[in-house]
Write a protein that binds this ligand. Structure first.
Ligand SMILES: Nc1ncnc2c1ncn2[C@@H]1O[C@H](COP(=O)(O)OP(=O)(O)OP(=O)(O)O)[C@@H](O)[C@H]1O
Length: 533
């Protein structure tokens, strides 16, 4: 045990959890969990998707209630009936799925949760002060609906800090952040720890857990399997504790240039789009080609036009000109998502709940929503009746292929853990064997084992002949799976470079806008790209 961790483990606990159990139907999501957190400690809560982490922290925040066990706060047993009581005790939480109203400004959202009679201008000023003090830049007057996921998260953290909590629960805070934003967050958390605040930190990124956290509790299938000091472990040993077996190593055969004359599966030619809202990023003359057999990655700092680009290529925001987007040679610019799906495209959006899936619909109905147009003869009868048997069989196939953990046969989407829902949404698209897959942040919030599985599926899909476009803020992910990488910056797209000729550092520079040439696209095997970065 390191000296600091040893000292912290001996301090009287700020929070102690004893034998907490939570049952959903036949599933024990938490099974007699013990955990203690000292003042001034960053404590990691680790476990694979569906291990029970969110269930545990929701009980600490009063949004779920334990079936057995006790919670002690500063040594006293407490019942946390609701989030208001949790906040009153001094427990704040930043959720994995943000709880902000999109049509309200950042300051209005903060005002709602503070619930006090404080003028909005004062709340905005206070939020600004906290955001500067803790290095979390936000714009209090901006509408949340216009902001990137990273910016929304900063608002959530600022809102939480304004409530002056003693314990802050962070559920996968860095999964949507760039390396630079994550570094800034770590500095913020360090500062909070220095002020004596405690942090319960859920993350699938084991390197950052080792770098940041004093102690860790590891859950598997709802049970505590280990308490450990992350710095005394390796990322591999932590992952093995979580999943109980070694993590799959990605296998990736190199891809050769497609034969001359091969038609791209996706061709974007001069895609420009004016701002779609007061704070949205305009897209400027984007050109890109994706060929069968390859994975093309789009890197970039959040808020540089990736969301607008995804909307344009997926058909969520059809274009005024048909010819700016071609899918398998057919002009598709004016088509919506279903029209593009009929051409063989598949899509996986960044936000899984609300966008990738309807939270209150069972999984089978969510499956139907994305496949009714492209596979109508499989899932719909002659009079538009739903073929439940076919839907059920497909669902089972997807669940098996991606090892989706769920409670019950066909539960509502909202009941799946974040990572399991992500596996389901991607599995739904893989299952169609699409000619083109466009995935936005495919492994956001997914555990190390499942992320490896998803990345392998993406590579296998490409090697089986599909073209894949992956938008990701995770540079390591792009370097692992992409054959070519382009960087989105300020609504423009750099030329692509072969992934094996770039490093994180050069990509980081490109993300900062250092790429001298834009609007070009280059296929694998064409020379002279890397030197031009
Ligand atoms: N409201 C609910 N109803 C039914 N089952 C639920 C509910 N909430 C969670 N579960 C189930 O409990 C298990 C634990 O889920 P939980 O969200 O706590 O996992 P997690 O460790 O946070 O996973 P992830 O890393 O994917 O977020 C999962 O199998 C999930 O499907």
């Amino acid at each position: 045990m390191t000296d600091a961790a040893a000292t912290k483990s001996q301090l009287p606990a700020l929070l102690k959890v004893e034998g907490i159990t939570k049952v959903f139907g036949a599933l024990k999501a938490n099974d007699c969990v013990d955990l203690d957190i000292a003042p001034g400690e960053i404590h990691a809560l680790l476990g694979e998707n569906g291990a029970g982490k969110s269930t545990l922290v929701k009980m600490l925040f009063g949004s779920l209630h334990p079936d057995a066990g006790s919670i002690l706060w500063r040594g006293q047993p407490v019942t946390i009936a609701n989030p208001m009581q949790a906040r009153a005790l001094g427990i704040g939480m930043v959720f994995q799925h943000f709880s902000l109203f999109e049509s309200l400004s950042a300051a209005e959202n903060i005002a709602l949760s503070l619930g006090a009679d404080v003028p909005l201008a004062q709340i905005a000023a206070e939020a600004q002060r906290v955001s500067v003090e803790y290095g979390l830049p936000i714009h209090p007057d901006r509408l949340v609906g216009e902001l990137s996921v990273g910016e929304r998260q900063r608002i959530e953290i600022v809102r939480c800090l304004l409530q002056k909590p003693e314990l802050i629960i962070l559920d996968e805070p860095t999964s949507v952040l760039t390396p630079q934003e994550a570094d800034r967050l770590f500095a913020t958390l360090d500062k909070l720890r220095g002020e004596g605040k405690s942090i319960l930190y859920i993350s699938h990124r084991l390197e950052e857990v080792q770098r940041l956290c004093d102690r860790a509790t590891v859950l598997r299938h709802g049970k505590v399997v280990a308490h450990c000091i992350p710095q005394q472990e390796t990322a591999n040993s932590l992952a093995t504790m979580m999943v109980g077996e070694e993590i799959h190593r990605i296998e990736r055969a190199s891809v050769s240039a497609p034969p001359a004359g091969t038609e791209p599966v996706l061709e974007i030619d001069g895609l420009s789009q004016p701002p779609t809202g007061p704070f949205s990023v305009p897209l400027e003359n984007i050109r890109l080609q994706v060929y069968p057999g390859e994975v093309v990655g789009i890197a970039g700092i959040a808020g540089n036009g990736q969301s607008e680009f995804y909307e344009a290529v997926s058909g969520e925001r059809p274009q005024s000109s048909s010819s700016t987007i071609r899918i398998r040679g057919t002009e598709a610019g004016r088509l919506g998502p279903s029209g593009r799906r009929r051409l063989g495209a598949a899509f996986s959006p960044e936000e899984r709940l609300g966008h990738g899936a309807v939270p209150s619909f069972p999984l089978s109905q969510n499956l139907l929503l994305s496949r009714h147009a492209s596979d109508s003869s499989t899932y719909l009868g002659p009079l538009g009746t739903i073929r439940g048997g076919a839907l059920g069989r497909t669902l089972e196939r997807i669940v098996k292929a991606l090892d989706v953990r769920k409670s019950g046969r066909d539960p509502v989407a909202a009941s799946l853990s974040g990572g399991n829902l992500q596996k389901l949404i991607l599995g739904r698209e893989f299952d169609r064997s699409p000619a083109l897959l466009i995935a936005n942040q495919p492994t956001w919030g997914v555990d190390a084992g499942a992320a490896a599985r998803i990345r392998q599926e993406i590579i296998d899909l490409a090697r089986a002949g599909a073209g894949v476009l992956v938008i990701s803020q995770d540079l390591d992910e792009l370097l692992e799976i992409a054959d070519r990488i382009a960087v989105m910056s300020d609504g423009t797209l750099s030329k692509t470079v072969p992934a094996d000729t770039v490093t994180r550092e050069t990509l980081g520079l490109m993300m900062g806008g250092a790429a001298p040439e834009r609007h070009h696209d280059q296929r694998i095997g064409q020379p002279g790209e890397a030197g031009e970065i």
